[in-house]
Design a protein around this ligand. Structure first.
Ligand SMILES: Nc1ncnc2c1ncn2[C@@H]1O[C@H](COP(=O)(O)OP(=O)(O)O)[C@@H](O)[C@H]1O
Ligand SMILES: [Mg+2]
Length: 266
């Protein structure tokens, strides 16, 4: 090979790329199948994320933290009871200020952690893109989400099932569930919210965002899209939102549905 200036830069660069891809490859823990690893890799929390060290610290404790709701509680998580609909545990931890984790424990059967979290991350990206495209940042917010690989050790007892991933999400600083329902049923709930919600549900196919509890208001007055697991799923049953609205807004929402598009500007 002729030693040109270009080669002087190019060859070390190629070598570095090769070594880097090799090390990225070898980072795959043996217990995770390649197909799953490849699917989650683009969404794994970056090493320099402000919460990465805290997560490592929490989940590398002496005893396995994700064994059960109880072990989560002992590790400092608050609100570790599985949710009513999807059995997801949505919990806070004092070392993860400004964030929440969504997870399943080893003892929760038939829950495929990585697939559910992949849907949630991709769903939130799809909603964020739509909010950006419409420039509706004054109306909505969408939590960023990252998948975190639970350290291989401490492992569950040999032969027992294990979960391998959890989801870290930005805390949307929501008003209480009751206050949210009251806000949705107000007669002066601005039509601009109904108009924009309709378009987002329609464009992104947000099948589960037709319930007021999945469209919670944040303390900053915006609606947060927190439940993004079901996206690109049509048809959307828009009528399910009717039960949460005032009489006037119910009539208006029916008009939007019939029209398949917002009727009035607000
Ligand atoms: N990003 C978030 N910020 C603040 N609270 C959240 C966030 N995500 C979820 N929550 C709270 O946890 C509840 C359940 O979360 P959600 O994603 O809707 O789970 P599920 O799919 O089990 O319904 C929400 O109703 C909300 O109260
Ligand atoms: Mg929900």
């Amino acid at each position: 090979m002729v030693l040109t200036m270009r080669n002087l830069i190019f060859v070390p660069l190629l070598t570095a790329t090769f070594i880097f891809s090799l090390s990225a490859e070898t980072q795959k823990p043996e217990h995770i199948p390649m197909s799953i690893w490849e699917a989650v890799t683009p969404y794994l929390i970056p090493e320099d994320h402000p919460m990465k060290n805290s997560l490592d610290e929490i989940f590398s404790a002496k005893r396995r933290v994700v064994h059960s709701s109880d072990t989560l509680k002992k590790a400092g998580f608050k609100n570790t009871r599985p949710g009513k609909w999807t059995s997801t545990i949505v919990a806070k931890h004092p070392k993860l200020t400004g964030y929440l984790v969504k997870m399943y424990t080893d003892d929760q059967k038939n829950k495929i952690d990585w697939a559910k979290f992949l849907d949630r991350v991709r769903g939130s990206k799809a909603v964020q893109e739509a909010v950006d495209a419409h420039d509706w940042h004054d109306l909505f917010k969408v939590p960023q989400k990252w998948i975190y690989l639970i350290p291989e050790n401490p492992a569950p007892p040999a032969g027992r099932p294990r979960k391998n991933f959890i989801l870290l999400v930005e805390d949307m600083d929501l008003i209480s569930k009751k206050a949210n329902l009251r806000k949705w049923e107000r007669s002066d709930l601005p039509k601009k919210f109904l108009n924009a919600v309709f378009i987002l549900l329609k464009e992104v196919g947000l099948r589960d965002s037709v319930y007021a509890f999945n469209l919670p208001f944040s303390t900053d007055g915006r609606i947060a899209f927190v439940d993004t697991e079901y996206y690109h799923m049509w048809p959307v049953h828009y009528r399910s939102l009717l039960q949460y609205l005032s009489q006037g807004n119910r009539e208006y929402w029916k008009q939007i549905i019939n029209n398949k598009y917002p009727v009035e500007r607000d």
